[in-house]
Design a binder for this molecule. Structure first.
Ligand code: ADP
Ligand code: TZP
Ligand code: MG
Length: 268
């Protein structure tokens, strides 16, 4: 069954069985939480960004996650080498343009990375997707000043220019690829009070893309799992510190019935 609780559970089972190696070049803020989220889901994370070794590492990985949250020249050099190599090897590339629109540096680096190797999946909040699409969108650092619905046209444009699956996260997540659009209405507002939840969504999309070559389905299913795990965590205690930890336990203990009972997926 395409894009259903059954296909979501099938991907989770593949991740837990295969423990795909997800190579992350990501920011200092979320290295730990995204590695733990990938482990809790069943994948095998490795945060490797040195230009001296990314070529070799991406060759042994099943997916490459690139996140521009804390950029510097070394990170940028490693990102370019890794993305070029992943493209050569046909490995899925998942891109998180954290804070694009906030500085010229982020805008320039993002444009260079997209031109070098179009990502298979791009995941950002509304401000980031609008800025990446070239709109003069405002952003509040790494946070969005707009709801996800405001970025749908920008997402469509980005998808048509680069051929990428574009995910706009927010209260409703929009997943766009060409003429295809799906939405996920799972999740909890408290997730915005825990740093790294967006970066975690991008990292989990890497695990799904590692086992599912239909990247529209993989991205949509990653967002569904993010939201459902967030809801289950919020049920335990409505406070950000415990949400961060309960989220990991929710990913680890996710069952098929959790998906069946909670999934709020719409194919437009
Ligand atoms: N208001 C909300 N209600 C429910 N879930 C939300 C809400 N805002 C964000 N989320 C969820 O939190 C996660 C992070 O999304 P977001 O905050 O948009 O990313 P970022 O941290 O990159 O800005 C996603 O899984 C998203 O679905
Ligand atoms: C706070 C911060 N600063 C640079 S990267 C980062 C983490 C952003 O994580 P997310 O986009 O998932 O909120
Ligand atoms: Mg983010």
């Amino acid at each position: 069954m395409y894009l259903s609780s059954q296909s979501i559970w099938a991907d989770i089972t593949r991740i837990r069985d295969q423990a795909p190696l997800v190579h992350s070049i990501t920011n200092f803020v979320v290295m730990n939480n995204t590695a733990n989220a990938l482990l809790a889901l069943g994948a095998s994370p490795a945060m490797v960004h040195a230009p001296e070794e990314v070529d070799d590492f991406v060759a042994i990985a099943s997916a490459l996650v690139v996140n521009i949250g804390t950029l510097d020249a070394t990170f940028v050099a490693g990102m370019k080498l890794a993305m070029r190599r992943a493209k050569e090897l046909g490995k899925p590339i998942i891109f998180d343009p954290v804070g694009v629109g906030a500085t010229t540096y982020r805008n320039t680096v993002s444009a260079e990375l997209l031109a070098l190797a179009a990502p298979d999946i791009i995941r950002g909040n509304a401000s980031e997707i609008m800025a990446l699409a070239g709109l003069n969108a405002q952003t509040k650092g790494v946070d969005s000043l707009y709801g996800s619905d405001a970025a749908v046209d920008a997402g469509r444009r980005l998808s048509s220019v680069w051929g990428s699956v574009v995910v706009i996260s927010g209260e409703t997540d929009y997943i766009i690829h060409g003429e295809q659009t799906a939405t996920i209405d799972n999740g909890h507002p408290l997730m915005t009070k825990v740093t790294g939840m967006g970066c975690t969504a991008t990292a989990l999309a890497g695990a799904f893309a590692a086992v599912d070559t239909d990247y529209f389905q993989a991205a949509t299913q990653a967002m569904a799992v993010m939201g459902i795990a967030g809801e289950l965590a919020a049920l335990k205690n409505l406070a950000p510190g415990s949400l961060q930890l309960n989220f990991l336990d929710a990913l680890y203990g996710l069952t098929e019935s959790d998906i069946v009972e909670r999934l709020k997926l719409t194919i437009l």
